[in-house]
Structure formats: C-alpha cells, structure tokens
Design a binder for this molecule. Structure first.
Ligand code: LLP
Length: 422
C-alpha cells in the first residue's frame, strides 16, 4: 500500500510502481502518455466496502453510482453487473447509463436544469425517479408526463441548509447554493405532486456536497429530511424512498482520513431503525476515485526564474482539471519507491498556456529527468470526466486493468477529433 493517499489502485511491488499485477511503465510504453489507467479490482473493492457496511440498514438499499465522476462504459458495466443503479444529471447520462446496462428502474435523475426533452427521455426510458429541484420544474414535469400519457415518479431535493465542511465549489446543501428547495417548499411540492394525476411523489432527496471530511453533516441533513417525511406521513402522504446523495470522501493528502461507509452506517442506524424505506446512496468519488491514476511523462526539467525546479510533463489541466479549478491536491508517485521523498522540491506543471496549469506543488520525487514517468494518483473520479481539448490537445486514452490483463476502454483522441465539422 502507498504511504499517502491510500487506499489506491497503485502499489509498489519489488520497489516498482504497479497497478494490480502490471508495472505502470509497461502501460506507458504500450499505450503512450498521458494515459488514464483504472483498476477493476479496486472498483469492485470500493463497491463491496460500501455495500457490506450498509447491509441491513434499510429494507432495500440501492447504490446509484454518480456517473458524472467517471462515465467510462467499462467502469459503468462493472458496476451495473454488480447490481448498482445510476445517478444521472443529463439526457446524455441517461443514454450512457442505459447502454452500460443499468436497468431503467435503477436510474435516478437529478439536476437543477432538466429540459423538457430530457424529461421525455427519462419518461420514455422508464427511470426510477426524477429528483425535482423547483416549482417550475415540477410543473414542467407534470406537463411533459401528461402529454405522454405517463405518470412521473419523483423525489423532491431538499436543501437542508447544512454546511458540508468541504471546498466551497463542491458544497451544495447551504442556502447560498443553487441546489434543492427549502424544507417548506419541499413539503408544498410533495403535496402538489400528490394532487397531480401525472405525478407520483415517492421520496425525498438530499445531497449536500462532495469530498466530505466527516459524515456528521450527512446525518444532520438526513435527520432534517426525515422530519419532513414524518410531517407528510401525518397528512397521509406515505413516501418510500430516501436518497441521501453522495459525498463520501477519499484520502488525497497524506494527512487525509475522511470518515468512511463504516462510520456512515453506524450513525445512520439509529435514525433509520423502525422505519420502512428504500435507502439510496449516490457515491461517485468513493467508487471511482481510488480506482484510477494518470500516467504522465516528463518532457523537460526547467529552472524557473526564481530558481525553483519545475518538471514540465505531458499531462495538463485539460487532462486533469481539479488542481487548477479547486486547488486540489493529488498524490504524485515516482516509478521507483526509493525515490519518494528524495531530491529537491519541484512543481509538476503541464504544457497548457495558463499559469494555473500546475498539477502539484513542492513534491520530492527523486532526481527527475526527461522521459521519466510519473503517476498522479486518485484521479479515477472527476479526472477524465472533466477533461477537455483546451489548447487543441486531444484527450488521453483510458486503459482498464483487471489482474494481469489490460485493455483500452477509450481510444486516445487524434487531431481529427479536434476538427468540428463532421
Ligand atoms: N449526487 C448528486 C446529486 C451530486 O451532485 C453529486 C456530485 C453526487 C451525487 C456524487 O458526489 P460524490 O459521491 O462524488 O462526492 N468535480 C468535483 C466534484 C463535483 C461533485 C458534483 N456532484 C471534484 O472534482 O471534486
């Protein structure tokens, strides 16, 4: 196991960096860099960890993978086969989830800006639930469903005004955020839906943020949502589905120790005891994050004007946006274990023409030279899925490793992919 950022798909075997049974150098040689690599075993392990910890908490548990974290079809298929559902946020994600093999009745659809065509796509597919986030959205959904002669199952997304204690860009459950509706409005929307023939209110939804250091805010949000649940029950509106969103964190920095599914389950148990409900979780990062790494090659070693050494690598902010966008920290691993923590402090920078294109600051990775390979860890979630072609850089290939086997699960883009015309 690695010393920082664990658990992870990467490990050193005989001092050499490997993913599952394969040295990462072999993958870089075969498929080139920058290259996203994923471990199927790690994905399965993360899913099992969640499922086993949550066992027995509710009459039915559904783990809906948040596709936005990583929508590679190969990863989606593995999770669909394991019995997961999908949390989607666009018509495109409905399309992908269905093609990956997620049954429609395990697909939940969130997002503040669902368009009418997207609603129609969800109704046509027969998805499990629409997570409604405003009155005009509820009205649109009622009209679209009525026009199609269908009844739309829905949950209302509550904004519980709980601070998730995470980065301000990925907190979603406070009054200042665009997501969900106030508890009062949530009650009103459920009442209105239950009086509308083309709507079927089945539950309440809450998601307060991502990469949470602790689960206490999720517990507090759940407690507030259950109060609404009970008020509605006294009015004869019986719900069945409680969706508490995603947000479980993973370790990125050496000092990170986010609370995991074990603590979440322990804290949820008393809240859910004596209740009959279907519990839905929407993990993205927890499942996909530790699964992947980004391999990159040093193009040049350069001394900056202030004498600080830079490793200019062939991956940039277009391939991995998180450091530039959120000042996110990702572990960087040299190929040989003995190099960790040795040599001068360097910054790892990309080739993109932006000052913010710095993938890592002040790392000691041995004596780096042109052509050396590095692995940027914990990049399975919100890595490729946020990649772009900025600076006319074709997006990297993705390779899935399963034991001793590796296969390309998305080909590297070419210059032809940069050209807009068909
Ligand atoms: N459910 C809903 C309604 C969400 O909006 C999200 C994430 C999730 C579930 C999954 O959250 P997770 O389990 O992955 O924390 N790009 C950012 C993260 C944005 C998350 C957006 N919503 C990052 O790179 O950190």
């Amino acid at each position: 196991m690695l010393r920082e950022g664990a658990p992870s798909a990467l490990h050193y075997r005989n001092g050499i960096l490997c993913i599952e049974d394969i040295p990462v150098t072999r993958l870089a040689q075969e498929y080139g860099t920058p290259l996203y690599i994923y471990s199927a075993a790690t994905l399965r392990r993360q899913y099992h960890a969640l499922e086993s910890n949550m066992a027995g908490l509710a009459s039915r548990l559904l783990i809906c993978y948040a596709l936005k974290a990583n929508a590679n079809p190969a990863l989606g298929r593995i999770l669909a086969e394991m019995g997961a559902g999908a949390d989607v946020v666009s018509g495109g994600e409905i399309y992908l989830a269905m093609r990956m093999g997620f049954p429609a009745d395990r697909i939940v659809f969130a997002g503040v800006g669902k368009t009418r065509p997207e609603m129609a796509e969800g109704l046509e597919a027969g998805i499990r639930s629409f997570h409604v986030e405003s009155l005009p959205e509820l009205e649109s959904l009622a009209e679209v469903a009525a026009a199609m002669g269908k009844v739309a199952p829905l949950a209302v997304r509550v904004n519980p005004d709980v601070d998730a204690g995470t980065h301000r860009h990925i907190t979603t459950g406070t009054k200042a955020n665009k997501f969900g509706v106030t508890p009062q409005l949530a009650l009103a929307l459920i009442r209105q839906a239950s009086a509308t023939p083309s709507l079927n209110p089945i539950g309440l939804h809450v998601h307060i943020g991502s990469q949470l250091p602790g689960v206490a805010p999720i517990i507090e949000a759940t407690r507030r949502v259950l109060q609404l649940w009970d008020i509605l029950a006294t009015e004869g509106i019986l719900l069945r589905e409680l969706d508490i969103g995603g947000g479980l964190g993973i370790p990125y920095r050496p000092s990170d120790a986010p609370e995991g599914p074990d603590v979440l389950a322990r804290e949820l148990r008393p809240l859910l005891a004596r209740r009959t409900l279907d519990l839905i979780l929407e993990p993205g990062r927890f499942l996909a994050g530790p699964t992947g790494a980004l391999l990159t090659t040093v193009t040049y070693m350069k001394e900056a004007a202030n004498a600080h050494m830079l490793a200019v690598v062939d991956a940039g902010m277009n391939d991995l946006l998180r450091p530039a966008l959120y000042e996110a920290y990702h572990p960087v691993w040299p190929i040989t274990e003995s190099a960790i923590g040795t040599g001068d402090e360097i910054d790892v920078v990309g080739p993109v023409c932006e000052s913010s294109d710095v993938l890592a600051f002040n790392r000691r990775l041995g004596t780096l030279q042109q052509g050396d390979l590095l692995a940027i860890g914990q990049t399975g979630a919100y890595g490729f899925s946020m990649a772009s072609q900025y600076n006319a850089r074709p997006r990297p290939a993705e390779v899935l490793v399963d034991g001793t086997e590796a296969r390309v699960v998305r080909r590297r883009e070419t210059y032809a992919d940069l050209w807009g015309e068909g």
